[in-house]
Design a binder for this molecule. Structure first.
Ligand SMILES: [Zn+2]
Length: 236
């Protein structure tokens, strides 16, 4: 018997009947020619972060990788199975993407959790958050401290991305750029990490969508990257 209260089912039908016809040719081409996304988007799972709205991307452009906190696990796989690490490898080696976005956001529950208690039953979550602990500040988590933590966490993940040999190699060959973003939900504005300034700059005033380490050539890439490692985020 049909369940008329099943709203999700209604939405699926509406997509097929109303929305899909508008995209049909586009999707058919993406099937015939395969996907060639330009941008893996490593974003927090938070429901308020909507990558396609932010970037105006069409189907086939973003390779979405989402997890709690927009975190990047270590390349060595030491902590177990990692869908995120596998996605990074696939995107860079197979899809040959041109840039990688890491996007954190304001009011991030994962970053708040660094300052509080997480249920011991959430074993995986507790271990996962270790990937951001270095971003936490030894202070009371004021809104300002949380924002800095969110931004520091983004930079930490960029650092960890550079430990992936295929990422480092392609960044240094200037075939790939890294973009650290912090999305402020209530302002509808992304703040872009500018490695030269060691700061996040609102997109309205930024000169680029991310310096990624590293447009300026192989030698400089390494140097700029060391700069982040040494100065940003400030340790301790
Ligand atoms: Zn979040």
């Amino acid at each position: 018997m049909p369940d008329h209260d099943d709203e999700l089912l209604q939405r699926l039908r509406r997509f097929h009947d109303d929305a899909f016809p508008r995209y049909e040719q586009h999707f058919k081409a993406l099937v015939d020619e395969g996907q060639h996304p330009t941008t893996p988007f490593i974003g927090c799972s938070d429901s308020r972060l909507v990558p396609h709205l932010l970037t105006g991307a069409q189907p086939g452009e973003l390779f979405l990788v989402r997890n709690v906190g927009a975190l990047v696990p270590p390349y060595d796989g030491s902590a177990g199975y990692h869908g995120t690490a596998a996605a990074i490898e696939f995107a860079v080696l197979q899809l040959q993407v041109q840039r990688i976005v890491v996007c954190g956001h304001s009011h991030c529950g994962a970053m708040q959790a660094l300052y509080g208690e997480v249920s011991p039953e959430a074993r995986n979550l507790n271990v996962w958050l270790d990937l951001a602990r270095e971003a936490a500040l030894p202070v009371v988590p004021t809104p300002e401290a949380l924002r800095r933590t969110e931004q520091r966490a983004v930079v930490l993940q960029l650092e960890r991305l550079m430990d992936y040999p295929m990422v480092r190699r392609r960044v240094q060959a200037r075939e790939l750029t890294l973009h650290g973003w912090h999305y402020v939900i209530e302002d509808g504005e992304v703040h872009v990490f500018d490695v030269r300034r060691g700061a996040f700059v609102p997109a309205s005033r930024a000169e680029h969508s991310g310096t990624g380490p590293y447009k300026d050539g192989p030698g400089e890439a390494q140097e700029l990257f060391n700069e982040i490692g040494g100065q940003w985020p400030p340790r301790g």
